[in-house]
Write a protein that binds this ligand. Structure first.
Ligand SMILES: CC(=O)CC(=O)SCCNC(=O)CCNC(=O)[C@H](O)C(C)(C)COP(=O)(O)OP(=O)(O)OC[C@H]1O[C@@H](n2cnc3c(N)ncnc32)[C@H](O)[C@@H]1OP(=O)(O)O
Length: 388
């Protein structure tokens, strides 16, 4: 009827509301496979598993790397039973990666339990992994396993490598702050199975450092609606690409799995650039002269030498990177999932030390990935009374 048409779409764009507070970490969960590999037994185990005992020079080199790695043990899904059942893993056909969403589910369930709300209250899911490239992808599988609502807004990130966790958290921060009431589940799950290969000089460091694990974090702004104090406030974030370093760190999907490359220069490149990256990040929040020792530190422990170089360059007091060193020692390098373990360790130490020694009010989260890319985020400890 002319003049009486009913609008098919109600345009409510002007009603879109931003959150009232900054994004915060509301809950954390982590998970690992059951199989533990002590680092001092790994070289014999790996060369035996791959029937490569005859490569004696390479084996000795891996022993030297493992001794200097700062790692006590790692969790690695792949064991002799799995190899027996799937001999194609050694032959480098695409291995089974069913565990990728399953491990993420286990970490996510812990985070959701800690959060205390139903999984159907999750509005967004960001899943980051280097270990799965298929469609429908691991984010959809995880949403199904957790029983998330069918309208949950899903995003999958792949091949951000070790900075995948920080990248996902930056995106979650932006989503939470720009969508009133959003509750974003960030899930990371990494399995070395996908880059498993027989010993090879160019990959010996990766095989000596990488482990398996998953982490999950729930991010939301306006946290009081959840009835609890958040764990960390996510104040400001930056992503910096270090020009001319594309060759130094890389991951590549091939028909045989993931090929990776870690140049011996990685720790030095990070050392030479970290100070300026941090100055730029803190300048964006109005702090032009930060005292690095006044902060708490959540650094992705990509390797012991990286932590040593950051500590030396910024003249950090001993103990500032203790949470990162502890996670490296207990799990090895779990790539993107690792930053969740470091945040978890920091809050555990905060709870343990409460009343004895207070963690600083302000902190920084750092991760490094292919590019080389540095992801940084200024954090605030909401439990601080403001005395550093
Ligand atoms: C994939 C992603 O997205 C992101 C990431 O993974 S980032 C991963 C980043 N991690 C790294 O790059 C590893 C950082 N490196 C380290 O932690 C240490 O160098 C290390 C534990 C590997 C060795 O400790 P170190 O104190 O440097 O001992 P050092 O005696 O110099 O080296 C031991 C051996 O490792 C070799 N080595 C060190 N780094 C190497 C590399 N990247 N590639 C190949 N060999 C390497 C050295 O040449 C040396 O070999 P020899 O014993 O035969 O001489």
């Amino acid at each position: 009827m002319p003049g009486a048409a009913t609008a098919a779409v109600v345009d409510n764009r002007r009603c879109t509301r931003h959150a009232e507070g900054p994004a915060t970490v509301l809950a954390i969960g982590t998970a690992n496979p059951a199989n533990i590999c002590p680092q001092d037994e790994f070289t014999d185990y790996y060369f035996g598993l791959t029937k490569s005992e005859h490569l004696t020079e390479l084996k000795d080199k891996m022993k030297r790397i493992c001794q200097k790695s700062g790692i006590e043990k790692r969790y690695i899904h792949l064991d002799e039973e799995l190899i027996r059942a799937h001999p194609e893993i050694i032959d480098k056909n695409l291995p089974s990666l069913k565990l990728v969403p399953k491990l993420a589910e286990s970490a996510a369930r812990k985070a959701i339990t800690e959060w205390g709300r139903p999984a159907t209250d999750i509005t967004h899911l960001i899943f980051s992994t280097y270990s799965g490239w298929r469609a429908p992808s691991a984010d959809l599988q995880l949403a199904t396993l957790l029983g998330l609502r069918p309208t949950v807004s899903r995003t999958i990130l792949s091949l951000h490598g070790c900075s995948g966790g920080s990248r996902a958290l930056q995106l979650a921060k932006e989503i939470a702050e720009n969508n009133h009431g959003a509750r974003v589940l960030v899930a990371l799950s990494e399995l070395t199975l996908v880059c498993f290969s027989t010993p090879d000089e160019s990959k010996i460091v990766g095989h000596g450092l990488f482990g398996d694990g998953a982490g999950a974090i729930i991010v939301g702004a306006d946290p009081l609606a959840d009835g609890k104090r958040p764990l960390f406030e996510m104040v400001a974030a930056s992503q910096t690409m270090i020009p001319g370093t594309e060759h130094a760190l890389g991951l590549q999907a091939t028909d045989k799995g993931i090929d990776f490359h870690l140049s011996i220069q990685v720790p030095t490149v990070i050392k030479d650039n970290i100070h300026q990256c941090l100055l730029d990040t803190f300048q964006s929040v109005g702090n032009t002269d930060p005292n690095w020792n006044d902060l708490f530190w959540a650094v992705h422990p990509g390797g012991r030498a990286i932590l040593d170089n950051i500590e030396g360059k910024l003249q950090l007091e001993p103990g500032k990177l203790a949470a990162s060193r502890h996670v490296l020692s207990e799990y090895g390098n779990m790539s993107g999932a690792m930053i969740v373990f470091v945040l978890d360790e920091l809050r555990r130490r905060r709870e343990k030390e409460e009343g004895v020694q207070q963690q600083p009010e302000w902190g920084v989260m750092l991760a490094f990935g292919p590019g080389i890319t540095v992801e940084a985020m200024v954090l605030r400890n909401p439990f601080s009374t403001g005395i550093n």
